[in-house]
Design a protein around this ligand. Sequence first.
Ligand code: GDP
Length: 297
Amino acid sequence: MAFEGLTQRLQDTMAKLRRKPKVTEADLKETMRDIRLALLEADVNFKVVKDFVKQVRTRAAGADVLKGLNPAQQIVKIVNEELTKMMGEEAVALNKSDKIPTIIMMAGLQGAGKTTTAGKLALKLKNEQNARPMFIAADIYRPAAIDQLEQVAQSIEVPVFQLGTDVDPVEIVRQGLQQARDQHNDYVIIDTAGRLQIDEKLMDELVQIKTLASPDEILLVVDAMTGQNAVETAEGFNEKLDITGVVLTKLDGDTRGGAALSIRAVTGKPIKFVGQGEKMDDLDVFHPDRMASRILG
Ligand code: GDP
């Protein structure tokens, strides 16, 4: 289960505090240290942890929690609120264009879950908005990528525009968008190429696709299991592409959770969805407040 270690640590910290007949300044200090360590161990970005602890400490001092009736409870409340804030406060909806089609560009490293997430998103749009999405297969480098997208698309009955692997991806996108306009699809989801790591050539290509397509949404798909690397990936892609949102995948796995807690603070971009399984309906809107409560257990 994701966050298991962090949840346990935070619960232990709070339990320790609750057991005290009277909470002193020293107890508070120890609590802050425990929270700091718990977050660092969960792989939360160092700077994010520092800001977080400072904020909690300032608020605890400001509210005079030691003089209050139930200091432990008050601290849990502050931690919960600050965790929520750290993750972006409110759920952020998918961007939608005034005129069809809304263009969504998927980006991310190979294996992050880009193609799977493209499928999940298309299904969500179909189910919730009765939408008629279309995919554009713009990953021409991995031979199996187009097949995989075709398979996903078939399972949810969404059409794919593809020109095989011999045409330039930017040209594929150009023709795909034309077809979507001709056929009045209301959403176009562009599946782009991923690499094992960020490289110049990949970024150039993505920038060219962005320039041509002017997407309403550039969703970066990152694997929560990769911890700090997920955060670095998000920073790297955001710098070049100015992404509009993040999808954090594999949150059903055994992740320590650092990525979920750091990405918003580090990139300034919202996590819009989380992937919680391999099935097509395993995609959920990201709610920072619910996630904070889940973490606190
Ligand atoms: P891409 O290379 O970025 O297109 O990645 P894929 O879509 O091919 O996904 C890579 C692997 O991760 C596949 O085996 C997916 O089934 C799996 N995957 C994607 N999202 C999730 C998720 O949210 N949870 C789990 N457990 N597996 C996922």
